[in-house]
Design a protein around this ligand. Sequence first.
Ligand code: C5P
Length: 220
Amino acid sequence: VATGPLSGKHVIVTSGPTHEPIDPVRYIANRSSGAQGTAIAAALRDLGARVSFVTGPATVPPPEGVDVIGVETAQAMRDAVAAALPADAAVMAAAVADWRVENASQSKIKKDGMGNFPVLSFAENPDILAWVSQLTEGRPQLVVGFAAETDDVVAHATAKRLRKQADWIVANDVSPATGIMGGTENAVTVIRDDGATEWPRMAKDAVARRLADEIAKALA
Ligand code: C5P
């Protein structure tokens, strides 16, 4: 068992995209490498936490030394988070698809050669962050969400924190001009009940380590 400020603590981290099937061979998804969630899970592990890492089909490999629960869909991610509870903290870094295909086909959809196209209809996926934040029984002491915004970052993220009832929102500006999306650095603003704190631009690994330190302080 690892020692450190988070030893004896259990933290759930969601990461990566979700895939929502159209048929057995096709899906819709969000763009997400899983890099930030993976770095956060590793940083929490390094501080001694037991980490349940609930990950969609990410492109980066999961860290060693964490419990990896691989899922495809948002509904499966919600179920995996429910199964991993109770936890002292939850960090929701996954890029969850907001909608699933309601009329997904059990068999591969064929071209009919007559110019007819399939019509997809959508249903709303569960909002895992809002659900965990609003648990009346067994809510983790600390729930952290993310907000990728392109404008009015602090205003939108502050509203998101209140709407979902997360404790902290880690917000970042993903406008193309920042070079953050797909890059190795991040510049985040952390929003809590006492206001917004802008962190200097730093490597995504460093953001993860600082966030893990702050989580350890909050749970101490
Ligand atoms: O509403 P939006 O998708 O911008 O919120 C982002 C935050 O909410 C992230 O922390 C993300 O992991 C979480 N989320 C979730 N379940 C969803 C949608 C978003 O947990 N269905």
